[in-house]
Ligand binder design. Structure first.
Ligand SMILES: [Zn+2]
Length: 320
C-alpha cells in the first residue's frame, strides 16, 4: 500500500482490497487510516486482486471526496412563499429523512472544535443550518427536526427579537404578505428540544460595506442580546448574504465569536471565520441534495470545470 501524498490538494493513494470486495465504507476507512490530509480531493486507485490467481484484475479510479464535512444552508420552509429561498415542507421532510438515512448529521458547533487550520471541518459529515430565523421554521421545520432527532442550527437576526422589532427587508423576492420571524417563546421551545441558535448579526447588513467600529458594534450587540435572551453563550456567526472579507473575519473574532460561516458564492479563502456552506433551494430535489451534501462538493463547486458543467446543465434544461 502507498500512503497518500498531498499534491496541491489532490491526494493520491493506492489500496488493494485482498478480499476482492470493496465498499464506500471500506474505502473511507482506509482513507482515515492512511491519514489523508484534510482538504482537496482524494483519489484512490483501487486494485482488486483475484486472490486465487494472484493477479490484479481491475484497477479503478475512485473519487471518494475531500475530507471535509458539508454544511448545508436552508432559509425558509414554507408552502406558500414562491421563492427560491423557500423549500416546500414535504420536500424538507424528504430531505431530512434522506440525510438521516444516508449521512452522519452533526451539530456544526460541535464539529467546529475539530476544525483544521485551513478551516476544513473534518469527518465527512453533514451539518444543517438555517439563516434568518423565519417563523415558518417553527411550524414546518421544527416538527421534522424533532421527529428525525436531527441536530440543526438557526442563525437569528437579533434585532427582530427586540420590542421595536426589525422587518424582514433583506430578501429580494418577498411574498405579498409580511414575512415574520421567530418569536422568543418559539425559539426557547425549539432550544429546549435541542435546536441551536446563533447570530446572523443585529440588523442583517452587508458587513463589508460598514466601517470597522460600526461593524464590530453590530456583531457584538447581536451576540450580547442573543446570549441574554437565550441564557447561554453564542459562539457562531453567519454573514448576511454570505458577504465577508478578511477585515470582517477579523472583526468577527474581535466581537467574541469562535467561528463564522459564509455561503461560498465566490472564490474566497477558507478559515475558521470563513467556513463555506452549500445553499439548498426550492428546486433542489434529492439528487441536488445528494450532490451538495457530498464531501467533495464544497471543494469543487468553485472550480471553473464545475461551473462550466453547471452552466451546460442549465442551458440544456432551459432548452428542454
Ligand atoms: Zn440572511
Amino acid at each position: 500500500m502507498v500512503r497518500p501524498k498531498p499534491v496541491r490538494g489532490l491526494n493520491l493513494g493506492i489500496r488493494a482490497f485482498p478480499s476482492g470486495v470493496y465498499t464506500r465504507q471500506l474505502i473511507e476507512r482506509s482513507r482515515v487510516d492512511d491519514k489523508a490530509p484534510a482538504g482537496g480531493i482524494t483519489i484512490f486507485l483501487v486494485g482488486v486482486p483475484k486472490s486465487d490467481r494472484g493477479q490484479v484484475a481491475i484497477v479503478l479510479p475512485s473519487i471518494v471526496g475531500c475530507t471535509c464535512m458539508s454544511v448545508l444552508t436552508y432559509h425558509s420552509v414554507d408552502p406558500k412563499w414562491n421563492s427560491t429561498l423557500a423549500v416546500a415542507p414535504e420536500r424538507f421532510s424528504a430531505h431530512c429523512a434522506w440525510l438521516c438515512r444516508t449521512r452522519r448529521v452533526v451539530d456544526i458547533a460541535d464539529a467546529v472544535s475539530g476544525i483544521s487550520r485551513h478551516g476544513r471541518l473534518r469527518g465527512g459529515a453533514v451539518a444543517v443550518t438555517f439563516d434568518d430565523g423565519f417563523e415558518d421554521l417553527y411550524h414546518h421545520a421544527f416538527p421534522v427536526l424533532r421527529r428525525e432527532r436531527m441536530p440543526a442550527t438557526v442563525f437569528l437576526v437579533a434585532e427582530t427579537l427586540t420590542s421595536e422589532g426589525h422587518p424582514v427587508d433583506w430578501v429580494d423576492d418577498p411574498p405579498p404578505y409580511p414575512l415574520t420571524t421567530l418569536q422568543l417563546d418559539q425559539i426557547l421551545e425549539m432550544q429546549e428540544a435541542g435546536v441551536r441558535f446563533e447570530s446572523h448579526t443585529h440588523t442583517h447588513p452587508d458587513l463589508t460595506k460598514m466601517g470597522d467600529e460600526e461593524c464590530r458594534r453590530d456583531l457584538e450587540a447581536s451576540r450580547l442580546l442573543l446570549e441574554e435572551l437565550l441564557g447561554g453563550s453564542v459562539h457562531g456567526l453567519a454573514y448576511p448574504f454570505g458577504y465577508h472579507d478578511d477585515r470582517v473575519c477579523r472583526l468577527a473574532e474581535k466581537a467574541g465569536y469562535r467561528y463564522a460561516v459564509g455561503s461560498s458564492q465566490r472564490r474566497e479563502p477558507v478559515g475558521r471565520y470563513a467556513i463555506p456552506r452549500a445553499g439548498i433551494y426550492r428546486d433542489d430535489a434529492l439528487l441536488a441534495l445528494r450532490i451538495k451534501s457530498s464531501p467533495w462538493y464544497l471543494g469543487v463547486r468553485k472550480t471553473s470545470a464545475f461551473r462550466a458543467v453547471r452552466a451546460g446543465v442549465r442551458t440544456w434544461r432551459a432548452r428542454g
